[in-house]
Design a binder for this molecule. Structure first.
Ligand SMILES: [Zn+2]
Length: 292
């Protein structure tokens, strides 16, 4: 297993479209492998515009199926495959149900991209462009290896293990998961969208980095019970980080209110009152240090 982990934020926003914050997405990379957790709107473009080689990403994980976490699933798969000249066919995809149905509705012959896939593999124009990119013939289709996950499951690869954990967001309409990625020397937690969850403390115990939802100040979240039982603010995330004894807290999924520098300073101060470790307010393209 490789231990030289890199963590890059590709999308740190919420469902409100913003040019400078894509929907939720986090890339975890070693020298020779990569995984992306969620692909919110705009995040695939950020990934393609970043230093990350899309072909190095061979695992996708979804925390849940709100569109601000998976709207770019189609774009990423299609562009990685199309530009990959045959090297971007295979991809492993993990997430809660109904992931299998979503993938089928997008990429099967009768799915959203079915006609495009047929045209790009069969029309001479696309075949020629594919060959000019160095692609072999006959042109093949994407082959997604879909795995629907529940809590307390572990995915093992040559580079790391990824374990699913708890998250409580908008059940029962959508199932939500958190993730813990571990190498022998480093660990990263992705909370996904959740209210502050005591069970996440044990799941995140002693991690190097906790990437946690923090929409706004906790007081703003707590004004509305429907929001407070589904989402987390800065202080709530920081309390989880402190109780779990993580090294570094990264706040993501920021609301538009959190775009103002004064609000960001207030969120940082609110988190600092709860947690003495490193606190980072996320922004797109930011690389997060991961202690080895
Ligand atoms: Zn969300």
């Amino acid at each position: 297993m490789s231990s030289n982990l890199r963590l890059i934020l590709l999308g740190t926003g919420n469902p409100t479209p913003r040019a400078h914050r894509a929907g939720q997405s986090i890339a975890v990379l070693t020298d020779d492998a990569g995984a992306v957790f969620d692909l919110g709107p705009g995040s695939a473009m950020n990934l393609f515009a970043s230093s990350i080689d899309p072909l190095a990403i061979d695992q996708l994980f979804f925390t849940h199926h709100h569109f601000d976490h998976m709207a770019d699933f189609g774009h990423f798969v299609m562009a990685r495959w199309d530009q990959g000249a045959g090297a971007g066919d295979a991809l492993s995809v993990y997430g809660p149900p109904p992931l299998r149905r979503i993938a089928h509705l997008l990429f099967s012959p009768e799915g959203v991209y079915g006609p495009d896939l047929q045209a790009r593999t069969r029309h001479p124009l696309s075949q020629r462009i594919h060959q000019l990119r160095g692609g072999p013939m006959p042109r093949t289709l994407p082959t997604l290896d879909i795995h629907e996950l529940e809590e307390d499951e572990t995915v093992t690869s040559d580079h790391w293990t990824v374990t699913t954990g708890p998250a409580r967001h908008v059940q029962p309409y959508l199932t939500s998961l958190s993730y813990r990625l571990e190498t022998p020397s480093a660990s990263v937690i992705i909370s996904g969208d959740t209210r502050p969850l005591p069970a996440l403390v044990d799941f995140a115990r002693d991690a190097d980095v906790l990437v946690h939802m923090a929409m706004d100040l906790q007081d703003e979240i707590d004004r509305w019970p429907e929001i407070a039982t589904s989402c987390t603010g800065a202080a709530g995330a920081a309390r989880i980080a402190a109780q779990a004894n993580v090294q570094r807290l990264v706040l993501v999924h920021l609301d538009t209110t959190a775009d103002h520098p004064n609000r960001q300073a207030a969120m940082h101060a609110e988190a600092r009152a709860e947690f003495t470790g490193d606190i980072i307010l996320g922004k797109d393209f930011l690389e997060i240090p991961v202690s080895a």
